[in-house]
Design a protein around this ligand. Sequence first.
Ligand SMILES: NC(=O)C1=CN([C@@H]2O[C@H](COP(=O)(O)OP(=O)(O)OC[C@H]3O[C@@H](n4cnc5c(N)ncnc54)[C@H](OP(=O)(O)O)[C@@H]3O)[C@@H](O)[C@H]2O)C=CC1
Ligand SMILES: O=CC(=O)O
Length: 324
Amino acid sequence: MKPKIIVYKKVDQSVLEYLQNTCNVVYFEQLDSLNYPEFFQELKDAQGILGSGLQVNKDFLDRAPQLKIVCNASVGHDNLDLTELSKRGIMATNTPDVLNDTVADTIMGLILSTARRMPELDQLVKAGQWGSKNEEKWFGLDVHHKVLGIIGMGGIGSDIAKRAHFGFDMNILYHNRSRNNEAEQKYGATYCSLEDLLRQSDFVCLMTPLTPQTEKLIGKREFELMKKTAIFINGSRGKTVDEEALYHALKTGEIYAAGLDVFVEEPIKKDNPLLTLENVVTLPHIGSATYETRLKMAMLAAENLVVGLRGETPPNQIKSGVIA
Ligand SMILES: NC(=O)C1=CN([C@@H]2O[C@H](COP(=O)(O)OP(=O)(O)OC[C@H]3O[C@@H](n4cnc5c(N)ncnc54)[C@H](OP(=O)(O)O)[C@@H]3O)[C@@H](O)[C@H]2O)C=CC1
Ligand SMILES: O=CC(=O)O
């Protein structure tokens, strides 16, 4: 008999067909309060789940006694309690690398749109406020030849560095817990302490995973260390930043602007004060969201699931109990 699995996010038909070759697939295009009861009913005898974002913790796993594998269609896996999964002998997988270029493109978009204030000026033009020829108040900041500090020079960070180095002649600083020799050699990236990076960078780009060590990694003190003309970009997870401190830094001119793809609460609440600021460019967590890349991620997650349920080691197994 084919093992029962649940896919809990919208995926391409080709991914479903691939999974259906070896699995009995229960498909939820998306989960909401209406179909949660049905989802948890199905979970009781499911051996695998595939999707992204569900908090897979002790309570969840208590409701999934047959589970053998949890496949994130994302590279981030802060939604998974790896210790609890490991205790129960349940495999966990993610989808690294296939999204690096796409996320790096998004980050470059945030860098350019914050520095050159594109969304703000777009609104102005559409509102019929392009009164005079060219106003100094529309000026922004250069990107080329500036210093880009990348906190989290991993797969995505390296692809951001590549674009910034070859495309924009930027000087790259980075901070990790360990050195990234490849980024140093290929993109001339210079390793430095977090403090030095914050002081020297024109653009500070946060690209670490969310872990206990990176939660609120950037807060009041870190914004104080940044240049007044610094632009802060967050492509990691909302909780890596103290959002109140970020609001204060933007509101008081401690930093120039921010480009944010991720937030503490997603979807962001309408009354979040960050949304009142002109010097913030927001995106709805769409770093990897192109048709091509989302298909690759879903297919990779499906391959991990099929291999894992065959009793073999999936290509992107996350080390048990290890946080990033
Ligand atoms: N906005 C979006 O749509 C997307 C967001 N993401 C987020 O980006 C994150 C990174 O993805 P990816 O590049 O593939 O991951 P990688 O594991 O390839 O890179 C992560 C980097 O962060 C560094 N890092 C980890 N912990 C710390 C720390 N405490 N202090 C400083 N550096 C640290 C690591 O280096 P070292 O181990 O040496 O410290 C590594 O270089 C994901 O976990 C996810 O949260 C990913 C995809 C899309
Ligand atoms: O946020 C997206 C991811 O892949 O992680």
